[in-house]
Design a protein around this ligand. Structure first.
Ligand SMILES: [Zn+2]
Length: 193
C-alpha cells in the first residue's frame, strides 16, 4: 500500500516555521501512515527542495517505508520546466536522491504530454532510478461554475507509450483523472507488454 504526503503550505525562507518543526510534522504523518499499513510513502506536489528534503529524511529516518518523491513542474516562457520555487527537474533529481528517495517523479501539472519532457529530463539525470508519473487530465476550465478537466481517458492513454519510452516506470493519475482514465492507461500498458 502506498500512502501520500503533500506539502505543508509553508515556505521555510519566510521563517514562519523552523526546519525542526517541519521535520517533526512530516515525521508525525509518516509514522502514522506506516502504523496504518503503508509500505511506501509518496511525497507529492512538492516545489521546494528544502521542504522535500526534510520530508524524505523524515520518512527515511523514522519508518521502514520506501520513499517516492514527486515535484510539480510548469513550463515557463522560455520552454523550460521549473517548479513554482524555480527548481529544475535535474536539480530535483539530484537533491532527492541525495536525501534518500528510492523513486522520483512528477505529478499534477498541465496534462500528460508535458510529462514526457519532464520524464526525459529525470531519466537523463538519473538513468537507474525508477520514475513515477501522476499527470493531471490537463488544466481545469471553469464551465458554468464547475471545474472541467479537458483530457479524456483515450487522450491520456494515447501518450502512455511515449511516456514509457521516455523512462517512466509507474504511471497513474492526478487531478481530474477518473477510474476510466486509469483503466485506459492500464489497457494501453497491457497492449505494450
Ligand atoms: Zn494534481
Amino acid at each position: 500500500m502506498i500512502a501520500s504526503i503533500g506539502p505543508t503550505g509553508e515556505i521555510l525562507i519566510m521563517e514562519d516555521i523552523s526546519e525542526e518543526e517541519m521535520y517533526d510534522a512530516f515525521t508525525e504523518q509518516a509514522v502514522a501512515l506506516e502504523t496504518g499499513g503503508a509500505d511506501a510513502i509518496c511525497i507529492e506536489t512538492m516545489s521546494a527542495l528544502d521542504e522535500a528534503e526534510l520530508a524524505v529524511k523524515a520518512v527515511k529516518d523514522n519508518t521502514g517505508c520506501e520513499v517516492i518523491c514527486t515535484f510539480t513542474f510548469e513550463r515557463n516562457m522560455s520552454g523550460e520546466y521549473r517548479t513554482m520555487m524555480g527548481v529544475s527537474p535535474e536539480q530535483f533529481a539530484e537533491a532527492m536522491l541525495a536525501a534518500g528517495a528510492d523513486i522520483i517523479g512528477t505529478n499534477c501539472g498541465n496534462g500528460i504530454e508535458r510529462m514526457i519532457d519532464i520524464v526525459t529530463a529525470l531519466h537523463t539525470a538519473s538513468p537507474d532510478t525508477p520514475i513515477l508519473v501522476h499527470a493531471n487530465a490537463g488544466l481545469p476550465k471553469n464551465v458554468n461554475g464547475i471545474d472541467v478537466f479537458p483530457e479524456t481517458p483515450g487522450q491520456m492513454a494515447e501518450k502512455v507509450p511515449a511516456l514509457i519510452e521516455a523512462g517512466a516506470n509507474i504511471i497513474g493519475g492526478c487531478c481530474g483523472t477518473t477510474p476510466e482514465h486509469i483503466n485506459a492507461i492500464k489497457r494501453t500498458i497491457g497492449e505494450i507488454k
